[in-house]
Ligand binder design. Structure first.
Ligand SMILES: [Zn+2]
Ligand SMILES: [Zn+2]
Length: 249
């Protein structure tokens, strides 16, 4: 299975190790036609996220420069954080409209949008990591579904990492909104069962490296292996196409 674009990568504008140029050159080396720069949203604490949304302008300038130099198409995006249980993100609509691609994920250590989400993300979620909780899982899932219903979300990053989710429900709802689910090769949490359960709903997938280092751009092997073992067909995976055809802002 040949994949043409890596749609989830981080630079030193968030907590990655390469510049925009390093990531685009790496994409060219790996023979990719497209790469998306998707740094963490500004709500991510302790310097993990971009410092402010104005950084998007800088990334866009650099992306254009490196696109012209290399011939690799560069999409400028963001891996936004869900900041409350209603699925609100740490990025405003105006900034979203200027992106080429919007990824949404649940992460720990994010500035909570309100008191109930502070309670949920900083107390209930850590407890649920020790004692499984159906209720916490439902709230996590619902927050992602609401984000997909509110915003033009291309795909959900690493579903189930950090926070438990109901795969079947998330996949079914995401399919409705045209949002894909990720098979992430950076973390070792993706299971065959997750792919099979999600695939049964007809949702689309994206395999991505989530590279935080130029060396990992286009590192799809683990994800392709899992997808093939789960019996996915190329047409179920968006990056088998030469250009991004998934949801856009
Ligand atoms: Zn992430
Ligand atoms: Zn990421």
């Amino acid at each position: 299975m040949r994949l043409w674009g890596d749609y989830h990568t981080h630079t030193s504008y968030s907590h990655g190790r390469g510049t925009v140029g390093d990531m685009v050159l790496a994409a060219k080396d790996r023979g990719l036609k497209e790469v998306a720069i998707t740094d963490h949203g500004p709500g991510h604490l302790f310097g993990v996220g971009i410092a402010h949304l104005g950084i998007i302008d800088r990334i866009k300038e650099e992306a254009k420069l490196w696109e012209d130099r290399t011939g690799v198409r560069v999409l400028v995006g963001l891996e936004a954080n869900v900041v409350d249980l209603d699925g609100r993100l740490d990025v405003d609509d105006r900034s979203i409209s200027r992106l080429d691609i919007l990824i949404v994920g649940l992460h720990t250590w994010v500035r909570p949008g309100n008191l109930p989400s502070l309670w949920h993300f900083y107390l209930q979620v850590p407890i649920a990591r020790r004692v499984r909780s159906r209720r916490v899982r439902d709230l996590n899932t619902r927050a992602l579904v609401r984000a997909a219903s509110r915003y033009p979300v291309a795909f959900i990053s690493h579903p189930g990492l950090h926070m438990d989710i109901d795969t079947q429900l998330l996949a079914k709802e995401c399919r409705k909104y045209g949002t894909a689910l990720e098979i992430n090769t950076s973390h070792n949490h993706t299971t065959l069962e997750y792919i099979k359960v999600a695939a049964s709903t007809g949702v689309d997938f994206v395999i991505s490296s989530d590279a935080h280092d130029p060396l990992r751009v286009g590192d799809f092997a683990k994800g392709v292996g899992l997808a093939e073992r789960a019996g996915l067909r190329p047409e179920q995976i968006l990056n088998t196409r030469p250009a991004w055809e998934g949801k856009r802002p």
